[in-house]
Ligand binder design. Sequence first.
Ligand code: PEP
Length: 250
Amino acid sequence: MKKYLIAGNWKMNFLKNETIQFAKELSSKLENRALEQVELLICAPFTNFHYLQNNLSDKWSFGAQNMHFADSGAYTGEVSPLMLMDAGCEYVILGHSERRQYFGEDNELLTKKINSALNHKLKPIFCIGETIEERNRNITFDILNQQLEVLKNVEPDLLSNITIAYEPVWAIGTGLTATTEQIAEVHSWINNYLQTNLSTSLKILYGGSMNAGNSAEILAIDNVSGGLIGGASLKVDQFMQIIDNAINLS
Ligand code: PEP
């Protein structure tokens, strides 16, 4: 039986009032749901943590969408792993394609961030995925291979605290979803990679336009341990349907 992780990535959305209203609505809809086999997580903007925590039940875990690798110091505008722990975070998304694309995050930086998160007992959700151009050139697995190199520089004992999110860049925020065959193929490849190169098995989430309508089919695929959900995690009904689909499949 799978224990699904359903993780919302709010990106740079929601002010105080929207956050409180969303949290209250979601909490009331979740009452009486059997959540033993489903872990619920919201990765919100830093400014919303407090409002979420005050208005969501303890069924929820919280996460950030980025962090600096240092504990403290002269890094204007950055947030450290210690601060995230202090603010009640359990998870941190690292290597999201938007961070790679707009902020130039590469393997060297991500190695520092992942190790720092792990040393502070934060659980990284490590995002990997190919662009459409890379898929069309048939180099998807070369790209994933390069991105996963980061994990070879992690203390083997700490690897089990990492969750992988396979997010084809062309499916993020576009309404295009990878087909079940594509997802099954890539997730199985990642699983083999982890076993062969790192002697481990990790949770592997799918991310990329997952929504109420396609989530049941995606979550049922072998080696899919949950979802990293952007747009649909900002809509209570959509997010609830994805959670319900995970409950029904678990
Ligand atoms: C994401 O940002 O990780 C994501 C998967 O976004 P969306 O669900 O909107 O495609």
